[in-house]
Write a protein that binds this ligand. Structure first.
Ligand SMILES: Cc1ncc(COP(=O)(O)O)c(C=O)c1O
Length: 394
């Protein structure tokens, strides 16, 4: 019998190294979702019958589970969204649209994912604000440059805790501390960090934080927006409709309590319930174990890659779970397709981060805790087979 903690996808003889894009889902998460659809598939928002009570209880359970997972003070600070992209858009247009004044400045890094650049760019077409980009040195955020770029107009710093291409890990706690001394709010894109490390929002003291379930063994279509309660009180809903109001008539609208006012319409019930189970699963494995195991795998991967003279490695200095490479004279897309022929899934291109210092297309190998040393050996074997690579691409 299959263990409830197994991954059916792992049994398909696929070597999966595209975990920064999305991860496999353990059987128990899939079972939990099926259980909802098979056995109590009612809507949320307080129906008057048992299966609807159960749905609300499960959603509450997930919310509190997430609260504990990131150590926020109260579960009202946890808002369910569709994904990280949705969470950042909600903050940008629900909160910062009203918060910013003409001439204010937002600091970003040029290696952010499109989801943490485009919403700010669109905001800057609606309000007269300025976006200031921080430089990187050797693929890592230049903290001195960041602090030098703070002016009395700076109102926001919005950064990934770990970037999705180079895997640059930023010292968010230090950034928050300096930001707050200067009355600047900090938005953290935790899409690549929440799956890989313990996050404590009270210790970081960040103001908003966003992540996606699907990058951490959870379902697609569910994301989280954390916000400090005092700030959420000032945030306006981004979407309006059922579930987010207490009362309305032709003249007025009374908003529902926080966080429900930010969760209009029927939520992704199955996904949220599945995400609660995912958090239980990750807690059982332990975030410390996950971080450590991925670190060891990556160390091994780098050591083996360095033995292949024609492989260029771009991000040796970075701490995240990604390694980005190229082979001279081989298009990254072609190398990706060659590896696919050998049953190995990687990602090639710009990886949704088009403005970084690393403007070249690359092949990204991204690891997660269920990857093994044997899988890395298969990748290395394929990359060492220079003759087959050049034959494939010619
Ligand atoms: C750093 C980072 N931010 C944001 C996103 C967007 O996540 P989602 O597609 O789940 O909204 C990603 C996805 O790859 C990411 O890596």
């Amino acid at each position: 019998m299959k263990s409830k903690n197994s991954f059916e996808m792992k049994e398909k003889n696929i070597v999966y190294f595209d975990n920064a894009a999305t991860t496999f889902k353990p059987k128990r998460v899939v079972d939990k979702i099926s259980d909802y659809y098979n056995n109590y598939s009612a809507n949320s928002h307080r129906g008057d019958y048992d299966i609807s009570f159960k749905v609300d209880d499960e959603i509450d359970y997930t919310r509190d589970n997430i609260r504990k997972f990131i150590n926020s003070k109260i579960k009202e600070e946890i808002i369910f969204t569709k994904n990280t992209t949705d969470s950042i858009n909600i903050v940008v247009f629900g909160f910062f649209y009203n918060y910013l004044n003409d001439g204010d400045e937002v600091i970003l890094s040029s290696s952010e994912h499109a989801s943490n650049i485009l919403p700010w760019m669109i905001l800057s077409t609606k309000k007269k604000i300025k976006i200031v980009f921080v430089d990187s040195v050797n693929e890592k955020l230049n903290l001195n440059d960041l602090f030098n770029k703070i002016t009395d107009k700076t109102k926001i710093i919005s950064l990934a805790q770990i970037t999705n291409v180079t895997g640059d890990k930023r010292d968010i706690k230090k950034i928050c501390s300096i930001a707050h001394e200067n009355n600047i709010l900090v938005v953290v894109d935790a899409a690549q960090s929440a799956p890989h490390m313990k996050i404590d929002v009270q210790d970081l003291d960040c103001d908003f934080l966003a992540f996606s379930a699907h990058k951490m063994c959870g379902p697609t279509g569910v994301g989280i927006l954390y916000g400090k309660y005092n700030l959420l009180k000032k945030m306006l809903p981004f979407t309006y409709g059922g579930g987010m109001n207490l009362n309305y008539n032709e003249e007025s609208l009374e908003l529902a309590e926080i966080p429900y006012r930010f969760e209009s319409g029927t939520p992704n019930i199955a996904g949220i319930i599945g995400f609660g189970e995912t958090i239980d699963y990750l807690n059982e494995i332990g975030m410390d174990y996950i971080e450590r195991h991925v670190k060891y795998l990556k160390r091994y991967l780098l050591k083996e890659l360095e033995k292949i003279p024609y492989i260029k490695i771009y991000n040796k200095e970075c701490e995240g779970s990604t390694v980005i490479i190229n082979i001279d004279g081989v298009l990254s897309g072609d190398l990706g397709l060659y590896l696919n022929k050998r049953g190995i899934c990687v990602r090639s291109g710009k990886h949704c981060a088009k403005m970084g210092d690393n403007k070249e297309d690359t092949v990204r190998i991204s690891l997660y805790f269920y990857n093994t040393y044997e899988e890395i050996d298969l990748l290395i074997e394929a990359l060492k087979d220079k003759k087959s690579i050049y034959e494939f691409v010619k």
